[in-house]
Design a protein around this ligand. Structure first.
Ligand code: SF4
Ligand code: SF4
Length: 281
């Protein structure tokens, strides 16, 4: 089973929930950090990394000795990533979506592929948890292919917990697509509610069952709860504001280690998720 943990906005405690849930469940769990622009789950899990892999995307390279300047490559490219300028053909690697269209239509076979580095994937272990994350190259904008690569390591024999990026754009959709359940972490503030509505809209389009965790649940107002009731969204856990939790987070400590009573609460959260997934099938 794959549980994707997402939030409409950053700073809601998504990684806190993902890491503490994984640690509470222990072995036979994979934690995939798909927040490739700013991965931080490793700062809490402290895995021993033993493998690093560079991830590349294929982009076109043009042999001008073969090119007849026909312009077909530029015509087919939907992203303006390859253009004929005067007597030359210019590929713009940053815009390329690696569809291979230009190479397929080139009548002179002048286009070949080369790899453009997107980032790296690191794999490691900690307390029986298999941990994998992607780190997008600084300056790189194309995160979905790297997220796909992280997700390609999903082991069907294990429970997979995905720490999705914040927001509701393409990288988040990519991280939620394979999930059996999406856990949305939110906070009871106007900003939290606004972004939660966007995230719920995305999950509904994907037709995946979802539930809420309300972080700092005793601060703010009741509008998130009212919205959850309206939309029939189950509230599976509430985490009240607690100075000890905030201090543990700032030190990079896990809640379930600093306050062991929380382990039972995260295990109860998992049981509720299982129950909702079973009801959905
Ligand atoms: S591979 Fe696709 S996206 Fe990239 S330049 Fe060629 S046609 Fe455009
Ligand atoms: S399609 Fe091939 S031959 Fe035509 S302009 Fe592009 S690279 Fe040159």
């Amino acid at each position: 089973m794959i549980i994707s943990i997402a939030s409409g906005k950053g700073g809601t405690g998504k990684t806190t929930v993902a890491t503490n849930l994984a640690l509470s469940l222990g072995s036979a769990v994979q934690l995939l950090d798909c927040d490739v622009e700013e991965p931080n789950a490793h700062l809490f899990i402290h895995p021993n990394f033993d493998q690093t892999e560079t991830v590349t995307a294929p982009v076109p390279e043009v042999d001008m000795n073969k090119c007849s300047l026909c312009g077909k490559c530029g015509d087919i490219c939907q992203f303006k990533a390859i253009v004929v300028v005067g007597e030359t053909v210019l590929p713009f690697e940053e815009l390329c979506h690696s569809c291979g269209g230009c190479m397929a239509v080139c009548p002179e076979k002048a286009i070949t592929e080369k790899g453009r580095e997107l980032g790296v994937i690191q794999k490691g272990h900690c307390n029986g948890i298999e941990f994998i994350h992607g780190k997008l190259r600084v300056g790189e904008a194309m995160s979905p292919p790297l997220i796909k690569k992280v997700l390609s390591y999903t082991d069907p024999a294990k429970l997979t917990i995905v720490d999705a990026p914040p927001g509701t754009s393409c990288p988040v959709i990519e991280s939620m697509k394979p999930a059996d359940f999406v856990l949305l972490v939110t906070e009871p503030t106007p900003f939290g509610l606004y972004d939660l509505k966007l995230a719920v809209g995305a999950v509904k389009i994907l037709n995946i069952p979802c539930g809420l965790v309300i972080n700092r649940s005793d601060l703010g107002d009741a509008k998130v709860i009212e919205y959850a009731n309206q939309e029939d969204l189950p509230i599976l856990m509430e985490i009240p504001f607690d100075r000890r939790i905030a201090e543990a987070y700032s030190r990079g400590d896990m809640i379930v280690e600093v306050m062991p009573e929380w382990k039972e609460r995260f295990l109860a959260l998992y049981e509720k998720i299982i129950s909702h997934v079973n009801d959905y099938i």
